[in-house]
Design a binder for this molecule. Structure first.
Ligand SMILES: [Zn+2]
Length: 403
């Protein structure tokens, strides 16, 4: 209704203007050289309107043509972006599939299409790494560290390579920078710990873990490596507190006590340790300064009394008795050890020394719970995989082959 009314009003106005123009009196004359054109005023106005309309159309067309190149380049840009994203997607898939050459080719394509965007840099770096081109990879990761949101990934890439090549100083720096870029990152913390352990920087390592087995092992190493008596005692206490069953921690604690002049406390710590976990390392520490074989048997009896009948108590008595030439006692305790389930080579070595036929049995070992490597001595970190507090004592074996 309203639209119809508006249409009628506009139509009436236009008709009015047309009627008014048609009634205008006079004429318009134009001269050009020897030509003279004369038209009535309404016709001249009509010609003027037509010229204005033609000019408007012409400017529109020219403007459209001028804008066209911008439109074309925008279209091309969008197309490049799409193709670049496709190259990144394919490159990431190739990386995951372990296709080094494919990943490298897609990374190159993405770089040409998109330039060095953070995602292109990441793909370039990982592809180069997979191809063994570590200089290229490091260069791309380094550029990545300058991007605010991707700096963590840059430092992670550089840190990985530094650790793999044994440059633990650089690995620590990058792990620290990665932690700055992404506070609370568990990866960065684990890397810092691994690098500190590799450098045997026990003090720093202790600040980077709270796992009891790791703390006990690292604190034991710290106690054993320091020359400072009070620090040694402090670290050894920390180790025993973190894991009272860790034998090397007990031994380190007793040693630091006797270095501090507390011989009785040291002896008590070893006796308590034997009650908790009988082990040859505790026996060795307990008998350390006793050269006389008979006195050693007496000391061994004191220790064994803290856990009577235990296979380790029996083998300790067998070995000290044999050294003191108490052959009857030695045989009795060696047999008691095997009867109590000790099947490693120690009781058989005693019996062989007493004239029995040799038995081929395995030696007791420290075994890494992480990588399963076997070691004859205890280490705070596994010499094979580097994990802290992963070594456990394995004294018995099922494999017994008579010689
Ligand atoms: Zn290991």
């Amino acid at each position: 209704m309203l639209r119809a009314a508006r249409f009628i009003v506009i139509a009436v106005i236009l008709l009015g203007i047309a009627w008014w123009i048609s009634t205008l009196p006079g004429s318009v004359t134009a001269h050009s050289g020897s030509y003279t054109v004369t038209a009535s005023t309404p016709v001249a106005l009509l010609i003027l309107a037509v010229i204005a309309l033609l000019l408007t159309i012409m400017f529109r067309v020219i403007g459209g043509i001028r804008r066209a190149p911008g439109g074309l380049s925008a279209w091309q840009g969008g197309r490049r972006k799409n193709l670049g994203e496709i190259a990144i997607n394919r490159g990431l898939t190739a990386l995951a599939a372990g296709d080094a050459k494919g990943a490298e080719a897609e990374a190159g394509r993405a770089r040409k299409l998109l330039g060095e965007t953070p995602l292109v840099l990441l793909l370039t770096a990982e592809a180069a790494r997979l191809n063994g081109k570590h200089d290229q990879a490091d260069a791309a990761f380094k550029k990545l560290t300058t991007h605010k949101d991707m700096a963590f990934l840059g430092h992670r890439g550089l840190g990985h390579h530094a650790a793999a090549t044994g440059d633990h100083d650089a690995a620590r720096k990058h792990a620290l920078a990665a932690e700055d870029a992404y506070p609370g990152s568990s990866w960065a913390r684990a890397e810092r710990l691994a690098a500190a352990l590799k450098q045997q920087d026990w003090r720093s390592a202790l600040g980077l873990t709270q796992a009891p087995a790791e703390v006990a092992a690292i604190a034991t190493a710290a106690a054993n490596s320091t020359q400072d008596r009070s620090n040694a005692l402090r670290y050894a206490k920390q180790a025993v507190k973190a894991d009272p069953s860790l034998v090397p921690a007990t031994v380190a604690y007793a040693r630091s006590l006797s270095l501090a002049g507390k011989a009785r406390a040291a002896k008590k710590a070893l006796l308590n340790g034997w009650t908790a976990t009988p082990h040859p390392m505790i026996a060795a520490a307990y008998l350390e300064n006793i050269p006389d074989p008979i006195e050693r048997v007496q000391a061994a009896s004191q220790l064994a009394a803290a856990k009577p009948g235990h296979p380790e108590s029996e083998i300790l008595l067998a070995e000290t008795s044999l050294a003191a030439k108490l052959t009857g006692e030695a045989r009795r305790h060696a047999q008691a050890a095997t009867a109590a389930g000790l099947t490693d080579k120690r009781p058989y070595a005693v019996l062989t020394a007493l004239g029995d036929a040799p038995v081929d049995a395995p030696a007791p070992k420290w075994t890494c719970q992480s990588c399963h490597a076997e070691h004859t001595g205890w280490h705070a970190t596994c010499p094979n995989c580097g994990k802290a507090g992963s070594l456990v004592w394995k004294s018995a074996s099922t494999a017994l082959v008579p010689a």
